[in-house]
Design a protein around this ligand. Structure first.
Ligand code: SF4
Length: 111
């Protein structure tokens, strides 16, 4: 069974690399870079989260939290992944859920 947000958040907030990041004045935010170029965001995502011990947990937590958000709110870098990549992941998950639901409904109708 998939871990739930609360358990994932506990791990992310305790062990996440960004928790102890010291922001430099005028140094910007590595997790919210000032670019919208997909390739640059992807490269920055790899750098910002490199070495973090809870990348998988952070990504799963974020996807669960963002699943119900408006698409324009899926921003920033979490789990070594920029928002546009998470939107694709969320679309895939949604399509899988719909397929599974259709299968259940088809099976239920065959009785
Ligand atoms: S994966 Fe990235 S955003 Fe998530 S806790 Fe680690 S450093 Fe922070």
């Amino acid at each position: 069974m998939a871990r739930q947000v609360r358990e994932l958040a506990g791990l992310v907030y305790e062990f996440g690399k960004c928790r102890s990041y010291v922001f430099e004045p005028d140094g910007g935010d590595p997790w919210f870079p000032g670019t919208e170029v997909p390739e640059d965001l992807e490269a920055q995502a790899g750098k910002a989260c490199a070495g973090c011990p809870v990348i998988a947990e952070c990504l799963e937590m974020t996807l669960q939290l963002e699943a119900e958000l408006p698409r324009q709110h899926v921003v920033g870098i979490f789990g070594a992944t920029p928002g546009h990549q998470r939107l694709r992941m969320l679309d895939v998950r949604r399509a899988q859920r719909e397929d599974e639901q259709a299968l259940v409904e088809a099976g239920g109708g065959a009785r």
